[in-house]
Design a protein around this ligand. Structure first.
Ligand SMILES: [Zn+2]
Length: 280
C-alpha cells in the first residue's frame, strides 16, 4: 500500500506491505508544480513496488487524483516526462502475471486517513535548505509563472479605470470579492451565463453600460428620448432599471452587488437591457 503525498516540496512516497512501511523515499525539488511533484512521487512508488518480489496488487493512494489521471491522458502534455515511464512500469507489471493489477484510490487530505496523514505530515516535517542544490525550473513551472504574470498584468490593467471603462459595473462573487479577470474554468464572467447568447449579450450590455437606456442615448443619440417609459420623467439609468423602475420584476428583493443577483434580475426580466427588435 503506498500513500503518495503531494507536498510540493519535497514529494514523498511510502511503500506499505501488510500495514507496515517497508520503504520510504523523499525527494527535494525546486520550482515544480504540484502535479509534477505528485506524478514524480507516484513514479518512484510504482517503480519501487514492482521491484518487490511477489507483488501482485499495488494500491496507489493519493490526495491528487487529478494528477494521477494524467497518467492515462494520452494527449500531448508536459507531464509525459513522468507519465511515460509510469506507463512503461505499469505495462511491465500487469503483463507479468494475470493477477497483477494496480488500483488508484482518491484520498482527500481532509479525510485524514491515518496512513495518508502520516505521509502528509512526514513530508512537511523537514524543511530542507536548498542553498547547496542547483536551481532548475521545470517547463510546466515556467509556463505557470508566465500565466500568473500575465493574469497579474490583466488585473493591474483592470484595476485602472481607464482600461476597463468608467462605466464598467464592478460586481462581486458570492463571497463578496470583486470579480477579476481569470483564464481558468471558463473565465470569471462567461461561465455564469449558462451558455445563453441572449443572457450573455444583455449581461455584457448591463456590465459595460453600452445598452439601450436613456443614459446611453443621452451620450450617443442626444435627440432621442432619455427618460424612462415608467413615468416619462425619471432619467433612465442602469441603476434605475435594476433597482427602482416599476416596469421590472424585483419582487424577490434580494438586492446586493453580486453577479448572481444581477443575472437573476436579467433572467426574471427578459426585456431588461434588450433592444426592442430582439424581444421575442
Ligand atoms: Zn423606470
Amino acid at each position: 500500500m503506498m500513500p503518495a503525498s503531494k507536498m510540493t516540496r519535497p514529494p514523498l512516497f511510502l511503500t506499505w506491505v501488510s500495514g507496515s512501511i517497508i520503504h520510504k523515499t523523499k525527494q527535494h525539488a525546486l520550482k515544480v508544480t504540484t502535479t509534477e511533484a505528485e506524478l514524480f512521487a507516484i513514479r518512484c512508488g510504482i517503480s519501487y513496488a514492482i521491484s518487490v518480489p511477489g507483488t501482485h496488487t499495488i494500491n496507489v493512494v493519493t490526495d491528487s487524483i487529478h494528477a494521477a489521471m494524467r497518467i492515462f491522458d494520452y494527449s500531448r502534455h508536459p507531464y509525459q516526462y513522468h507519465t511515460i515511464p509510469i506507463l512503461k512500469d505499469i505495462h511491465s507489471f500487469v503483463s507479468h502475471h494475470p493477477d497483477c493489477h494496480i488500483i488508484f484510490w482518491d484520498c482527500p487530505s481532509k479525510a485524514e486517513w491515518p496512513p495518508h496523514l502520516r505521509a502528509d505530515t512526514d513530508s512537511k516535517q523537514q524543511v530542507p535548505s536548498f542553498y547547496h542544490f542547483p536551481c532548475k525550473t521545470s517547463w510546466d513551472f515556467c509556463r505557470k509563472e508566465e500565466c500568473d504574470s500575465l493574469v497579474n498584468l490583466w488585473k493591474m490593467y483592470f484595476q485602472a479605470t481607464g482600461w476597463k471603462g468608467r462605466q464598467f459595473l464592478d460586481l462581486t462573487d458570492d463571497k463578496g470579492a470583486i470579480i477579476e479577470p481569470a483564464y481558468t474554468k471558463g473565465g470569471a464572467w462567461l461561465k455564469n451565463f449558462q451558455n445563453s447568447p441572449s443572457l450573455c449579450a444583455r449581461a455584457t450590455r448591463m456590465i459595460t453600460n453600452y445598452a439601450p437606456t436613456g443614459e446611453y442615448r443621452q451620450r450617443f443619440f442626444p435627440n432621442k428620448p432619455r427618460n424612462c417609459p415608467c413615468d416619462k420623467t425619471t432619467f433612465e439609468t442602469r441603476e434605475h432599471i435594476i433597482f427602482n423602475c416599476p416596469l421590472y420584476d424585483k419582487s424577490w428583493r434580494l438586492i446586493d452587488n453580486t453577479l448572481k443577483f444581477h443575472l437573476t434580475f436579467l433572467e426574471l426580466n427578459p426585456r431588461a437591457f434588450c433592444f426592442q427588435d430582439n424581444i421575442s
